[in-house]
Design a protein around this ligand. Structure first.
Ligand code: NAD
Length: 483
């Protein structure tokens, strides 16, 4: 079942920060893969823009190296790489100065889609937007892509939204959250809204609770000083986990249209109750053996910033009143695993005598590793041993469903960049969503800052602090294992 690839219209894509980590690791390799699949044609152009002085030839070497480092060798045919770097160029410019902007303006073609990917620090977003406008590089069809963080609280998010709105309309602004570009996340919407099966059960009457886990094995090494000003709540919960929660909890939009979907997500954020201090656990990882601690990674002797957070959220809505949503994310945990698990209630009455080993149905949406959806159901244990029940997973692993080609599921970034070129904002956050998410997280963070409490220590390689386990134990539930 190979997926059909429709080429996008020709475009000029300018990557500000084209020499940076994100560009080299994700954006350029992603564009190459789309080129290999002929979704990007040779009449498109990719222009790197950054401070370093170099010419097109030197930047093409940067692009070649990024392909070499991040694309499997089997997909690096010399001819394909040559053809790809031929559509790549470079402009040296300073986001804060005047150099390079006229040269960029001259490069832009009139008749094609223009997109500007701001893969730079957020402090440069407004400066770049202003200069794009001043040098008449944008037109009313141009698109601008920005990377998180979208502010560090509601006030700064508002300011950023206002700055972007000075030069771009909301339908030109693409706020990337790469979690939304994952195959599984989109499939979650397909499972919910293209099947009759789940939707009647998708409410507090039938869903016992939802768990959303985003666990990482890496620590904050390399970006410790930045991370220490942010923390897990700002870095992960306010955006990625919140977006996943929205997709689980939202009402069916009237159609799969950017604003219809985002209107429904916004309603979910607005329906979130404030979180009681007892319903949140913050943690910070310790060093073990050779592994450094959070403080080692940030070079500090003391820090109140959390590298782990677990919390119990609830929604004041007809559909979800009474169903808790447990969210958990952290660094230096046991495994790299992201999943959403929807645990249904047990049947009201068991006609089978077996009490032990009875399991509620669980729908698990796995984001990484091994993207896929899995439904745990009870069946009769095969064989003549009488009517004994056992649990089996109905596996909807995409790699299998898509056959050979499915083993190479497009990366979230490449899918989202193609959406930018197509002008489809469905999987991008709208400004009011971002502000509403901060409006929910600001009081939580404010309370922590007022209390000045230290996060609970947890061992690197564990599942987080003990208190996080208690958060669910006291409700008679338990976290799923991180693996
Ligand atoms: P980076 O520091 O590796 O690269 C920054 C780029 O910006 C470089 O190309 C640099 O030359 C350019 N630059 C800096 N100052 C400039 C100026 N005054 N004028 C023109 N160019 C200038 O950063 P990164 O890791 O690639 O991250 C880029 C953005 O993406 C940041 O906003 C970051 O928060 C966000 N982000 C990065 C990742 C990631 O995995 N790296 C993930 C999520 C979000």
């Amino acid at each position: 079942m190979a997926s059909r690839i429709i080429p996008v219209d020709p475009f000029d894509l300018v990557i500000f920060g084209g020499t940076g980590d994100l560009a080299r690791r994700k954006i350029l390799p992603g564009l190459y893969r789309r080129f290999l699949d002929e979704q990007i044609t040779e009449d498109s152009r990719i222009i790197g823009a950054a401070r370093s002085t170099m010419d097109d030839a030197a930047y093409r070497e940067v692009v070649r190296a990024s392909i070499r480092d991040h694309i499997p060798a089997a997909k690096q045919a010399a001819d394909a790489v040559d053809r790809f770097v031929n559509i790549v160029g470079y402009v040296a410019l300073d986001a804060r100065g005047t150099d390079g902007w006229d040269a960029l303006a001259k490069l832009m073609r009139k008749s094609v889609v223009r997109a500007f990917y701001l893969s730079v620090a957020p402090t440069l977003f407004a400066e770049i937007a202003t200069r794009l406008h001043r040098h008449r590089i944008t037109d009313k069809h141009s698109r601008i892509v920005i990377e998180k963080p979208f502010g560090r609280d509601r006030a700064s998010a508002r300011k950023l939204n206002a700055e972007m709105a000075t030069h771009f309309k909301e339908d030109q602004i693409y706020r990337i959250d790469h979690y939304l570009g994952k195959e599984t996340v989109q499939n979650l919407m397909a499972v919910r809204f293209a099947n009759i099966l789940f939707e009647p059960l998708w409410n507090a009457q039938y869903v016992d609770h939802v768990q959303i886990t985003v666990a990482e094995t890496v620590g904050v090494e390399g970006r410790g000083s930045y991370y220490d000003t942010s923390g897990a709540m700002r870095d992960m919960v306010q955006n990625h986990l919140m977006q996943l929660l929205c997709l689980i909890a939202m009402e069916p939009p009237y159609k799969f249209d950017p604003d219809a979907v985002r209107d429904e997500k916004l309603k979910v954020i607005r329906a979130l109750d404030p979180v009681a201090p007892d319903d949140i656990v913050r943690g910070q990882y310790l060093g073990t053996g050779q592994a450094d601690s959070y403080l080692d990674h940030t070079g500090r002797t003391e820090s109140l910033t959390e590298s782990f957070v677990a919390l119990k959220a609830s929604l004041s809505s007809w559909r979800w009143k009474g169903t808790p949503f447990y969210l958990r994310t952290g660094k230096r945990l046991r495994a790299r695993a992201s999943e959403i698990a929807v645990t249904f209630k047990e049947p009201p009455h068991s006609i089978f005598e077996q009490e032990e080993g009875w399991r509620a149905n669980v729908l698990v949406i796995r984001l990484q590793p091994d993207e896929g959806i899995n439904l745990k159901v009870m069946i009769k244990e095969p064989g003549p041993g009488g009517m004994r029940l056992t649990e089996v997973p109905l596996d909807m692993s995409f790699a299998e469903a898509l056959g050979e080609e499915g083993t190479d599921i497009p990366d979230a970034y490449e899918r989202l960049i193609m959406d930018v070129i197509r002008g489809n904002q469905t999987l991008f956050m709208r400004g009011d969503e971002v502000e509403a998410a901060w409006a929910w997280t600001d009081p939580i963070i404010g309370e922590w800052e007022a209390r000045g409490e230290s996060p609970k220590p947890y061992d690197a390689g564990s599942s987080g602090p003990e208190d996080a386990l208690m958060l669910m134990h006291r409700d008679g539930r338990r976290w799923r294992e991180i693996r």
